[in-house]
Design a protein around this ligand. Structure first.
Ligand SMILES: NC(=O)C1=CN([C@@H]2O[C@H](COP(=O)(O)OP(=O)(O)OC[C@H]3O[C@@H](n4cnc5c(N)ncnc54)[C@H](O)[C@@H]3O)[C@@H](O)[C@H]2O)C=CC1
Ligand SMILES: O=C(CO)COP(=O)(O)O
Length: 356
């Protein structure tokens, strides 16, 4: 018996929405993509190209773009939402009249909502009240996916049907989809690593070496998992693609927008200049603000995120901040092995930490 063709809707006309639409189409799905821009719709439908966000890649001609939300969502079994966090809720609200409880709704957005500090899957759950809700995150640079480079991601949901349908719809010869039930852990992995990608870009522009980058990434992982565990995530998630996997790619690649913002600032540009030159979303700029405020509120130790905050928003030179961070507390390597408190206690018992 021939397999039934799955109907996929993608909300968002940016680089990631476009890359995901093309994967689903390559995999045999019927794909419709919603975006606001009429000109882009025409270009995708006639030239099979997204000239604004992924100019150098061919889009599978099966992808049909439209500005009409009703048309895009009609009969869709799987809805992928690739909208920057700032606009995510408003787009979900606009989509709501055409969403049904049988549909599988998946956020692909790596950000946190400004006022509520909610993750996008929680926004989806709050706005719809539906059960088939999940997220996708992992080392997924959109242009590499569009180039069909071998790639893997994670779908995370407590709902087995959501995990399975996403694996079936997107898993193909160049894209593997691994499953997790730690939705918040996976989602936080994707959102938090953007902070450290900015710092990594800055370090690279300042000529810091490979030891430094490795230290930065590994200590970033310690901070990310500490923060996520305080929000109920499983620390083991950070060993996976949405944790260490995404951190590696985003802290190493000039294709990452967050890395590029950091690199531009390391070269002497202001934050505003760096963001303007990008012309696309760099979620980490907003995420670092929100995360630092939350970490202060709930008492989570995040020296790298705080350091980056002072560089981005208080004009502290990145080199001075790096020097200060090097003189901070020498703590536990992996605190899920040796708790931080045990290291601090030992220092207290031996007369304190003698940094210079
Ligand atoms: N580009 C990438 O490599 C990856 C991106 N992501 C995440 O995907 C999310 C979306 O990012 P990209 O597609 O990369 O962004 P992008 O900057 O390439 O495009 C953003 C898209 O959202 C649209 N948009 C913005 N505000 C809107 C509104 N109010 N109403 C309707 N549409 C609106 C823009 O018109 C544009 O089509 C981000 O959270 C990002 O972190 C996740 C994995 C990889
Ligand atoms: O999340 C990404 C890769 O996994 C993309 O990162 P940027 O948003 O920094 O481009």
């Amino acid at each position: 018996m021939a397999e039934q063709q799955i109907k996929v809707a993608v909300l968002g006309g940016g680089s990631f929405g476009t890359a995901l639409a093309s994967i689903a189409a390559d995999n045999g799905a019927k794909v419709r993509q919603w975006m606001r821009d009429e000109v882009l719709v025409e270009q995708i439908n006639h030239e099979h190209r997204n000239g604004r966000y992924l100019p150098n890649y061919a889009i599978n001609p099966v992808v049909q773009a439209s500005t009409d939300m009703a048309e895009v969502l009609q009969e869709a079994e799987l809805v992928l939402i690739a909208i920057p966090s700032k606009a995510f809720r408003s787009v979900v609200q606009a989509a709501k009249p055409w969403l049904t409880s049988e549909q599988i709704l998946v956020s692909t957005t790596k950000g946190i909502e400004q006022d509520s500090f909610m993750l996008m899957s929680d926004v989806l759950a709050q706005e719809t009240g539906f059960t088939h809700i999940g997220v996708i995150a992992g080392p997924n640079l959109a242009s590499e996916i569009a180039d069909k480079q071998l790639t893997a991601t994670v779908v995370a949901s407590a709902d087995a049907l959501t995990r399975t349908r996403v694996q079936q719809a997107l898993g193909c010869r160049y894209f593997r989809v691994y499953a997790s039930d730690d939705r918040h852990g996976v989602e936080l992995g994707g959102a938090l690593k953007n902070i450290y990608a900015i710092a990594a870009g800055m370090a690279a522009a300042l000529g810091m070496g490979e030891n430094t980058r490795s230290m930065l990434m590994t200590r970033a992982l310690a901070e990310m998992s500490r923060f996520a565990v305080a929000h109920g995530a499983n620390p083991m998630t950070f060993l996976g693609l949405a944790g260490v996997g995404d951190l590696i790619v985003t802290c190493s690649s000039n294709l990452s927008r967050n890395y590029r913002v950091g690199f531009a600032m390391g070269e002497g540009r202001t934050l505003e200049e760096a963001v303007d030159a990008l012309g696309q979303v760099a979620e980490g700029v907003n995420t670092v603000k929100l995360v630092c405020a939350k970490a202060a509120d709930i008492g989570v130790y995040m020296p790298l995120a705080e350091g980056l905050y002072h560089v981005l928003f208080d004009g502290v030179p990145a080199k001075d901040m790096a020097r200060m961070l090097m003189m901070g507390e020498q703590s536990s390597d992996v605190e899920f092995v040796l708790p931080r408190e045990a290291v601090q206690q030992a220092h207290r018992e031996t007369g304190g930490w003698h940094g210079q």
